[in-house]
Unconditional design. Structure first.
Length: 161
């Protein structure tokens, strides 16, 4: 196996945590997004503040922040990072809740996984809060929208990605 092509594999093909000590410390950020698809009844309950468990969007935002901070505990090969900032938004739309998370750091490796984890965990929190109203809720389209910093520089998802 080529360590250059698959840096998370050693020469024997076994998983390993990549050594990032030779990389430069740079300011880095990543933004991810996703949605929770909900029934019209559930959307109405969110808009009316009638969710039995309380403020689902506030819980989702806090859960997303917690999720980003716990990423290396959940994703085996992620490096523990000093996270400088996490911003999670959760907004009701006509078909559910749109979630966006931006994570920033000054480190040797990026925060894409932290942003993705924030979105996924926020989505799970929405479902936990509304499951009495909508058992068919679905988390979908969790994806990185953009990243900045690091050796590869900036990247932004185009509409076809």
């Amino acid at each position: 196996m080529s360590e250059g092509r698959f840096p998370h594999l050693n020469a024997a093909g076994n998983a390993r945590m990549v050594d990032v000590s030779g990389k430069s410390v740079t300011a880095r950020s990543a933004t991810a997004a996703g949605r929770v698809m909900l029934s019209a009844e559930c959307v109405a309950a969110l808009r009316d503040g009638a969710v039995p468990k309380g403020d689902a969007l506030a819980v989702a935002r806090i859960a997303g922040i917690q999720g980003a901070k716990k990423t290396p505990d959940l994703i085996p090969l992620c490096h523990p990072l000093f996270i400088s900032g996490i911003d999670v938004t959760a907004e009701v739309t006509d078909d559910g809740v749109e979630i966006t998370a931006t994570v920033t750091t000054t480190e040797r490796t990026g925060v894409e996984m932290e942003a993705l984890t924030a979105v996924a965990v926020a989505g799970l929190a929405v479902i936990d809060m509304i499951k009495a109203i909508d058992r068919a809720a679905v988390i979908s389209e969790v994806r990185v929208l953009s990243k900045s910093g690091g050796r590869r520089g900036d990247w932004t998802r185009d509409d076809d990605s």
